[in-house]
Design a protein around this ligand. Structure first.
Ligand code: COA
Length: 213
């Protein structure tokens, strides 16, 4: 399976493997990381390169992608999208605002997952799921649940401007997809949002999209 196959229909997902290739930044984007260290500048540039390639694939004109104070990318008019980077890989998921309210993508390496954080990240149903697995499967599942929450946050924040307590978000994984749902005050649950994932050699990638209804 190719990572680009995870893209919801109508969106474009572009991954780039970091092979030390040169990557150009728009001057307005370069300003955003002018004082950052080398690794941060490299990650930022690779993510922006993925985003630019995705915009071109959707036939949007070339434009710089800014950054809000919260860190979320500022897309050109009519575009929604999301960016991720992890060691050796960056990816962007981009769609049309006429078709999607928001998109989220996240990539995590399972070797980097700190399982001691589980009680601060996961709801009881997720903790129960993890406790039934042997150690290697548990690490992979914890990475998947965490990545799905990060992807959801990247969709949720641009829509609401809010932060999110991950213990107020339940991920229910299936064979190649998951649903994400939040409790709705005063009781009950908001409509679940469906996502997809891929796991390959310790790399977990999750994507989620909310269509314009
Ligand atoms: C912002 C966050 C989602 C980034 O995820 P990450 O796995 O650390 O890093 P990734 O490389 O996958 O993603 C980084 C990209 O996310 C995007 N991003 C950053 N802040 C964002 C936000 N508020 N909304 C949407 N996207 C955001 C940016 O595009 C960024 O890349 P860029 O700076 O090069 O443009 C994460 O650091 C975070 O804050 N998560 C929510 C934490 C939280 O509320 N936790 C509660 C635990 S109880």
């Amino acid at each position: 399976m190719e990572l680009s196959d995870l893209a919801p229909p109508g969106t474009v997902l572009i991954p780039i493997l970091d092979r030390g290739q040169s990557v150009a930044l728009h001057p307005l984007e370069a300003e955003l990381v002018a004082r950052a260290g080398d690794k941060r500048r490299r990650d930022f540039a690779l993510g922006r390169a993925c985003a630019r390639a995705a915009l071109a694939a959707l036939e949007f004109p070339e434009a710089p992608i800014g950054r809000a104070e919260s860190g979320m990318p500022l897309w050109p008019q009519g575009v929604v999208g999301s960016i991720t980077h992890t060691s050796g890989l960056a990816a962007a998921l981009v769609g049309r605002g006429s078709e999607f309210r928001a998109l989220g993508i996240d990539a995590e390496r399972s070797e980097a997952m700190d399982e001691t954080l589980a009680p601060r990240l996961f709801v009881p149903s997720e903790l129960a799921l993890l406790s039934a697995l042997d150690a290697p499967r548990r690490r992979e599942m914890a990475t998947l649940l965490f990545s799905a929450k990060e992807a959801y946050y990247k969709l949720f924040h641009p829509l609401t401007g809010r932060r999110l307590d991950f213990r107020r978000l339940e991920i229910v994984p299936g064979a190649s997809g998951f649903t994400a749902r939040q409790p709705q005050e005063p009781d009950g649950w908001a409509e679940p949002i469906a996502g997809r994932f891929a796991v390959m050699d310790g790399l977990v990638v999750t994507v989620i999209g909310l269509s314009v209804s």
